[in-house]
Design a protein around this ligand. Structure first.
Ligand code: ZN
Length: 80
């Protein structure tokens, strides 16, 4: 019984990376709906990739989502 569960977990963990790769293969269709920007875990602003504020943590999200809850960073000046 336990062995069967472990086997299922193994199979699903093998399958997931394959799905991830498929998504990464078409970045253009993924970003078509919005420019990807980054927010930090604790901050209230969103940033361009490479901003120094992202040194501690960076969470990628679409510009559309970022605008709902965050303000644009004044240092890296991300698109609004
Ligand atoms: Zn910034």
């Amino acid at each position: 019984m336990v062995k069967r569960i472990v086997l299922l977990l193994l199979l699903s963990s093998l399958a997931l990376p394959a799905f991830g790769c498929r998504k990464e293969a078409s970045p253009t269709s993924r970003t078509a709906g919005g420019v990807p920007v980054y927010v930090t875990r604790t901050g209230t602003k969103y940033h361009r990739a490479g901003c120094r504020h992202l040194a501690k943590s960076q969470l990628r999200m679409s510009l559309e989502d970022a605008k709902k809850g965050y303000e644009p960073c004044k240092i890296c000046n991300p698109p609004e």
